[in-house]
Design a protein around this ligand. Structure first.
Ligand code: NIG
Ligand code: FE
Length: 404
C-alpha cells in the first residue's frame, strides 16, 4: 500500500518534531500472517508486490478501550428526561438507568445480544476502529451477565469484526431485588460469578464502578484482588461523580486503566502517575451529563498517559463513534490532536495489554490500519460526524471497504 501520508504512532519512528512518526509519501506492506512486513518511504519499498495506492492519510486501526457495546434496547426516554434537567435520581425513580438496560438483556437471548453487538461493531469498524474493549455489566445477575459475556465471546471469535477485548464489569449496579442486600450481592459476584467467568475464559479484565452512588473502594478491592488471583487484570470506573479514592485503589491494584476521572483530585492523579495507570478519558459521557472535564493539565503534568475512548453506552454516551470522542477530547478537554490520536492508538492498545501487537504501524505488528479520505491526521479529530474512511483493515483483511 502506498499513501501520501502514513502516521505510524510508533515511538521508534517519532521525533520531537514529528511526535506521531508520520511518513510522507509512504508505503506499508503486509505479509501472509496479517502483519506489517515493511513500513517506510515509498522510494524504499520492496519491489514486485501488488500495490494498492491509497489516497489521504493512513493511521493505525483505532482502538476503543472503554465501551459497553453489548447493550440492547434504547433509553431515549431517559435522554429526554436528562436534557430536560432531571438527574439520575429522577431517572432511577422512573425505573431508568443501568437496571433499564438489565431489563432489556433479560428479554432476549444470547444470540440476539450477539447480533446487536456485531452490527454495532461493524458500524464502529466503518469509522476506522479495529479493536474494541467490550464490557458486560448490564446483566447484574449471574445468568444475564453470562448471557452478555457469551455474546461478547461470539463477537470475539469473528475475524470479520474488530478485535474484541472482553471485560467482566462485575460491579456496576445492584439488581432491584438485592438493593438492600449489597454484601450478599458483592460476595456472590466475587465468590461465585468471577471464578466462573475466569474458568470459562470469558474475560481478560474485570471492572467496577467505584463512585459515591455505586460501589465502594473496599468492594471493588475485593473484586480486583480476587481477579488478579485468577489471572485477570483490572480497569476501573473512577471519579465520575465523586472522588472516593478510586484512583488510589487503581494504583494499589496495579490496574491497567482508571477511567472517567472528572472528579479526581491531585492526590489521585499522583497515585495514577506513580503506578503507571493509564487515564481513560470519556468526553462524550461528560458532554451528555453536562459535566466539567477532568483535570487534564494535572494528569499531563504528572506524566499520566492518556487514553480517549467512546464509553459507548445507552445511558450516558449514546454513541458508537471513537472519532467523535476524539473531537470532544480536543475541543472540550484541551488535548492536542497528537495527544488525542495517541490516546486512541498506541496508548489505548497499551492500556489493553496489546502494546506489542496493536496501536502502531510497525514491522511485526498486526496489520490493522485505517485509510481516511482526509489530507492530514488532524482531520480525523475534527467533528465530521460521518465516516471518512476509505478502507479499514484488521490483520490484513478488510473490515470496511475492499482490497481491490
Ligand atoms: O461509563 N458510570 C457507569 N457506567 C456507564 C454508564 C452506564 C449507564 O448509564 O448505562 C458509564 O458512564
Ligand atoms: Fe463506562
Amino acid at each position: 500500500f502506498t499513501a501520501p501520508r502514513i502516521v505510524t504512532c510508533d515511538p521508534a519512528t517519532a521525533t520531537t518534531a514529528n511526535p506521531l512518526g508520520a511518513i510522507d509519501d509512504g508505503a506499508i506492506a503486509v505479509d501472509e500472517h496479517g502483519r506489517f512486513s515493511f513500513v517506510g518511504s515509498r522510494a524504499d519499498a520492496p519491489r514486485g508486490l501488488r500495490t494498492i495506492a491509497l489516497g489521504g492519510v493512513v493511521l493505525p486501526g483505532l482502538v476503543d478501550a472503554h465501551t459497553h457495546a453489548a447493550w440492547v434496547g434504547s433509553r431515549h426516554d431517559e435522554y429526554a428526561m436528562r436534557m430536560a434537567g432531571c438527574d439520575y435520581r429522577d431517572i432511577a425513580a422512573r425505573g431508568g438507568g443501568i437496571v433499564a438496560s438489565q431489563r432489556a438483556i433479560a428479554e432476549v437471548d444470547t444470540e440476539a445480544v450477539a447480533r446487536v453487538l456485531e452490527a454495532r461493531l461493524r458500524r464502529m469498524a466503518s469509522l476506522g476502529v479495529t479493536t474494541v474493549e467490550v464490557k458486560s455489566g448490564y446483566g447484574l445477575v449471574p445468568e444475564l451477565e453470562l448471557r452478555q459475556l457469551r455474546a461478547i465471546a461470539q463477537a470475539r471469535a469473528d475475524g470479520s469484526l474488530p478485535h474484541v477485548v472482553p471485560t467482566f464489569l462485575g460491579l456496576h449496579a445492584l439488581p432491584k431485588e438485592m438493593r438492600d442486600d449489597r454484601d450478599a450481592y458483592v460476595a456472590r459476584v466475587v465468590g461465585e460469578l468471577l471464578p466462573r467467568v475466569a474458568a470459562e475464559g470469558l474475560a481478560r479484565y474485570v471492572d467496577a464502578y467505584v463512585d459515591a452512588n455505586a460501589f465502594t473502594t473496599a468492594e471493588a478491592k475485593g473484586l480486583g484482588v480476587a481477579a488478579r488471583g485468577l489471572g485477570l487484570d483490572v480497569r476501573l470506573h473512577v471519579g465520575q461523580f465523586a472522588d472516593v479514592g478510586g484512583a488510589e485503589l487503581s494504583a494499589e491494584l496495579g490496574a491497567h486503566s482508571a477511567d472517567h476521572l472528572e472528579n479526581v483530585g491531585a492526590k489521585g492523579v499522583l497515585a495514577l502517575a506513580s503506578a503507571g495507570v493509564f487515564a481513560g478519558l470519556l468526553p462524550l459521557a461528560s458532554f451528555t451529563l453536562g459535566q466539567a472535564p477532568p483535570d487534564v493539565a494535572a494528569l499531563r503534568a504528572a506524566g499520566v498517559r492518556l487514553v480517549v475512548a467512546s464509553d459507548a453506552n445507552p445511558g450516558t454516551a449514546s454513541t458508537e463513534s471513537l472519532p467523535l470522542a476524539l473531537a470532544f477530547a480536543v475541543r472540550s478537554y484541551g488535548l492536542s490532536p497528537d495527544e488525542a490520536l495517541l490516546g486512541a492508538t498506541q496508548n489505548a492498545a497499551e492500556s489493553l495489554g496489546l502494546g506489542a501487537s496493536k496501536g502502531r504501524i510497525r514491522v511485526g505488528y498486526d496489520a490493522d490500519f485505517a485509510a481516511f479520505d482526509l489530507p492530514h491526521e488532524i482531520g480525523v479529530v475534527q467533528p465530521f460526524g460521518v465516516a471518512r474512511t476509505r478502507l479499514v483493515v484488521r490483520e490484513g483483511h478488510a473490515l470496511h471497504g475492499t482490497l481491490a
